[in-house]
Design a protein. Structure first.
Length: 404
């Protein structure tokens, strides 16, 4: 081969001068984003994102449960035009994917909830704002585009007046769906946070001063940002004393099904219960006028040894019937996991940690990257399964799966 022909085969790219952008571009999986994010966060904050309750058995099993399923694809089917879009509680979604609520997102990155919600809007998927957010529901609503699908996640607290205020504020601000968390009678015991002495917001201890030298970019941005707070209980609330120190005391171990009635009366749109609901609880929810369930064990952060939510999907769907919304989170790490969830009977899968990893790894572009990876993987999985639409995937369902 002549030198000229060799030169034609060699394609050299100019080096990226923006090291952060280059590092993000090099991420080809969610786990790549995860590793990059951990390098940029102080250990207590990284463990706050990654950690689970007690022995973290549910944390590990959530991911493993998806991987216990294997596909049985069909061949010689026209999949030249795969359509990943669907309808979630009456609203068009570009993917059967949602961004689940995560508390105190501005502790992870000063960009916080607005960056995540904006990425969801660009991708055409729903975003759920947490009661425990570090951006108020009104401030986030003010940044909403007309087509953005925003949901609000509610805790039923001891202060029922504050709970009612949150419901009416969310409705007034234009949130479309209300998710009620039903797995927080008490707060889970997260051993990593206890061992790390995590405080919210992070306090400047001797260990923290050492950490500044190792993670200067994180601390510089955090110290230059507005003070962290649980914005939804300091903005627009008449009740006094809802501070960072005492807010977790508002979790109410006495909440029963009867508490849903008042909320149903206050909320004009769809209501979804979020937690590790089994078939019996799902049927009861439907009988009470609830519109759907979001199967979740809080990412393994509440009751350890809880069954992986994906393993609840099939029995819950069988109990609930076809015309009832079933969503699932906890353990989604690949677009194939979304396909698995839908084949089992879910309407959509939700993610939490993966978009936080993207947020830390690359800000706005990092959240886009996390969603984009899942979107590409899901579309490719559909094509290789031999299904061209989400409806077809759900109809053929369990014929496409075998448990490994």
């Amino acid at each position: 081969m002549k030198p000229r022909e060799v030169r034609a085969l060699i394609q050299l790219k100019a080096p990226r001068l923006d090291r952060r952008a280059a590092a993000l571009e090099a991420c080809k999986t969610l786990e790549d984003l995860h590793r990059l994010a951990r390098r940029r966060l102080p250990r207590p904050v990284a463990d706050y994102v990654d950690g689970g309750a007690d022995e973290e058995l549910s944390l590990a099993d959530n991911v493993a449960a998806f991987r216990r399923w294997r596909f049985t694809p069909s061949v010689l089917i026209d999949v030249a035009d795969v359509d990943t879009s669907t309808t979630l509680l009456g609203h068009h979604s570009a993917l059967p994917l949602g961004l689940a609520p995560t508390g105190y997102t501005r502790m992870i990155s000063p960009l916080g909830e607005p960056a995540v919600a904006a990425a969801a809007g660009r991708a055409g998927v729903p975003y759920v704002l947490s009661t425990m957010a570090s951006t108020s529901l009104e401030d986030l609503a003010a940044q909403r585009n007309a087509d953005d699908d925003r949901w609000f996640q509610l805790y039923i607290w001891k202060d029922r007046d504050l709970t009612a205020q949150l419901v009416t504020r969310a409705a007034a601000a234009g949130y479309r769906v209300l998710e009620i968390a039903v797995d927080t009678a008490v707060s889970g015991h997260r051993v990593r946070d206890v061992r790390n002495g995590l405080t919210i917001p992070p306090q400047m201890t001797l260990k923290g001063l050492v950490d500044i030298g190792m993670r200067p970019a994180y601390w510089t941005k955090m110290l230059a940002s507005p003070a962290l707070q649980f914005a939804n209980v300091t903005a627009g609330a008449d009740s006094e004393g809802y501070t960072i120190e005492n807010i977790t005391k508002q979790f109410d171990a006495s909440v029963t099904w009867e508490a849903l009635g008042r909320i149903r009366d206050l909320w004009p749109g769809p209501i979804v219960l979020k937690g590790p609901l089994g078939p019996e609880d799902t049927v009861r929810a439907r009988e009470l006028g609830i519109n759907g369930v979001h199967l979740s064990n809080h990412g393994g952060r509440q009751l350890d040894r809880t069954v992986a939510p994906v393993d609840l999907v099939a029995p819950v769907r069988d109990a609930a019937g076809a015309d009832f919304a079933v969503f699932v989170d906890s353990g989604v790490r690949h677009g194939a996991d979304i396909a698995t969830a839908l084949a089992l009977g879910a309407d959509a899968a939700f993610i939490g940690r993966p978009y936080l990893w993207g947020l830390v790894a690359g800000g706005h572009a990092g959240v886009d990257k996390a969603i984009g990876l899942l979107s590409d993987q899901f579309a490719r999985t559909m094509a290789l399964l031999g299904v061209a639409s989400v409806d077809e995937l759900r109809k053929r369902g369990r014929t496409l799966l075998q448990q490994h």
